[in-house]
Design a binder for this molecule. Structure first.
Ligand code: SF4
Length: 164
């Protein structure tokens, strides 16, 4: 699986109505960093490509609004139940663990670059704890993606420690 960046820009209806911000549950920051093309259904994967490749990775200045319920990624998910989820308790646990690790709560707003910067403070092995309830964790894709993100930051750092 590759981390394609070829998706077209999104024109979605499942964004914040005023700002057009991408709506994200807290745990979807790391899911978006780890996205490599495997989803719950073809429709879910197409939407994930649209949001992650078409908006977040295409433009790090993309505004993100954090929410407690279904978000821009959940919209076509076969497990979505209105604004909730068929696995509500497990998903709430992921949001709580990721939100605490990232310092992000529903209601917060920032750019995608700022959300990614918070994720870079984590160690990939932190996912063993905060993602323990996720079926995708054993694939290792998200830990690898976070490791790559941190490595890219190190490579871009100037000798004086500032980002170039
Ligand atoms: S392991 Fe699951 S919850 Fe954790 S970042 Fe990956 S997809 Fe998201």
């Amino acid at each position: 699986m590759s981390r394609s960046t070829s998706a077209k820009p999104a024109t979605d209806a499942d964004t914040a109505p005023e700002s057009g911000a991408v709506l994200l549950r807290p745990h979807h920051v790391l899911c978006s960093i780890g996205w490599a093309g495997r989803g719950y259904s073809p429709a879910f994967s197409r939407n994930m490509d649209r949001v992650v490749m078409g908006r977040l990775r295409r433009d790090p200045a993309t505004p993100v609004q954090f929410v407690a319920g279904a978000d821009s990624i959940c919209a076509p998910c076969p497990h979505r139940r209105g604004q909730g989820c068929a696995s509500a308790e497990r998903i709430a646990g992921l949001d709580q663990a990721h939100g605490a690790a990232l310092g992000i709560a529903p209601g917060a707003a920032m750019t995608w670059a700022q959300a990614e910067a918070r994720a870079r403070r984590l160690d990939p092995d932190d996912l063993d704890r905060i993602c323990a309830a996720c079926q995708w964790l054993p694939l290792g894709l998200c830990k690898s993606a976070l490791a790559a993100l941190k490595a890219a930051e190190s490579e871009n750092a100037a000798p004086d420690g500032t980002a170039s």
